[in-house]
Design a protein around this ligand. Structure first.
Ligand SMILES: [Fe+2]
Length: 343
């Protein structure tokens, strides 16, 4: 199983992770043999990377969420966001159901957020919401939050950007720099989100505060209220780093997509001014530094492919040398270590 740029994917390779449409439906299922037609279509849809394998047994990729829950979450968030945009009555039940599944699935202590989910620009907002929801829930679990707290956190994280549905679409889709007025309007999404979530019976006020505070920063340089340090709620501090991490690793806010370990290093360099260092550390313990599919250089100068990652170990298949094709387990105190990621 590998994570390859689309240009390097060959006809006949098998898709290792299903591709979902913006409504959460499966467009191409895992195991599909990629044809020239499929590859052209994916290119036209702006996909730039794919998880692929050469043999059916290569396709065992375990994400933090099951594919079914992931797809249901995208669907629930999309429907809710679209209803918000159309100012229709909001039904949060589907989102609350999905939150239950998400919290259930991340209770396994060994699960890390280890998949860079495939995304194209057209349905970025919904996928981003689900990614941030998943990362934040894993972080909350790792700091020992109760089930009730995890559900409040997950709901706030999934809906943190719902206020964007109250912003002019021309601003949301604009590429390049926003004018001062446009930027000011964009910033109002935090307050709108707070008001929308707060108004719904059954959703906690703390979930609403996640939307309100997710653009605040430790030193008061954030918005909308320039809160500092202790004025920012724990849930918002968690979502703040999860949101930035996902934006960096999906290449939205930075010129090039950062790899997981680079994004963590970037966040570390911005702590304690922007981010709470404890939260950055928690993130580093909750996401895989080298996700499944990474090709890495080992300190024995051989090249390996990461095929599994948990909090306790990394599984690597040798791609070079006498042991080519064999798998080894790397534990934190082993002498064999990763030097750097190659692709
Ligand atoms: Fe936001």
């Amino acid at each position: 199983m590998r994570y390859l740029p689309l240009d390097e994917v060959k006809e006949g390779m098998l898709l290792a992770r299903s591709i979902f449409g913006e409504d959460g439906r499966t467009l191409l299922a895992r195991g599909t043999k990629l044809t020239k037609g499929y590859l052209e279509k994916l290119k036209a849809m702006n996909y730039s990377f794919l998880f692929v394998g050469d043999r059916p047994e290569d396709l065992e990729v375990k994400g933090a969420l099951s594919e079914q829950t992931f797809s249901q979450a995208v669907k629930a968030v999309r429907e809710l966001f679209l209803r918000t945009a159309k100012k229709q009555n909001l039904d949060f039940k589907a989102v609350l159901d999905v939150v239950d599944f998400m919290v259930d699935e991340v209770t396994d202590q060994n699960v890390l957020y280890n998949i860079i989910d495939l995304c194209n620009h057209d349905h970025y907002t919904y996928l981003h919401s689900v990614n941030v929801g998943t990362i934040a829930t894993i972080m909350g679990r790792n700091m020992g939050l109760s089930r009730k707290e995890l559900k409040e956190l997950a709901t706030g994280a999934l809906l943190h950007d719902i206020g964007k549905m109250c912003i002019d679409n021309s601003i949301l889709v604009k590429r390049g720099h926003l004018s001062y007025q446009e930027y000011e309007q964009m910033r109002t999404h935090a307050k709108y989100g707070y008001e929308l979530i707060k108004g719904i019976p059954g959703l906690g006020l703390l979930s609403a505060h996640v939307a309100y505070q997710h653009h605040e920063r430790e030193d008061g340089s954030g918005y909308p209220r320039a809160l500092t340090g202790q004025q920012i709620h724990l849930y918002a501090k968690i979502v703040m780093v999860a949101d930035s991490y996902d934006a960096m690793t999906s290449g939205r806010s930075y010129r090039r997509m950062l790899w997981s370990h680079e994004a963590i290093a970037q966040l570390e360099s911005e702590a304690p001014e922007k981010y709470d260092p404890k939260m950055v550390m928690l993130l580093a313990q909750s996401v895989a530094l080298y996700p499944v599919g990474s090709v890495v250089l080992l300190n024995n100068l051989e090249v390996g492919l990461v095929t599994d990652v948990t909090r306790k170990h990394l599984k690597i298949e040798y791609l070079t040398g006498d042991d080519r094709g064999k798998e080894v387990l790397l534990r934190p105190d082993d002498l064999l270590k990763i030097e750097r990621r190659l692709s």
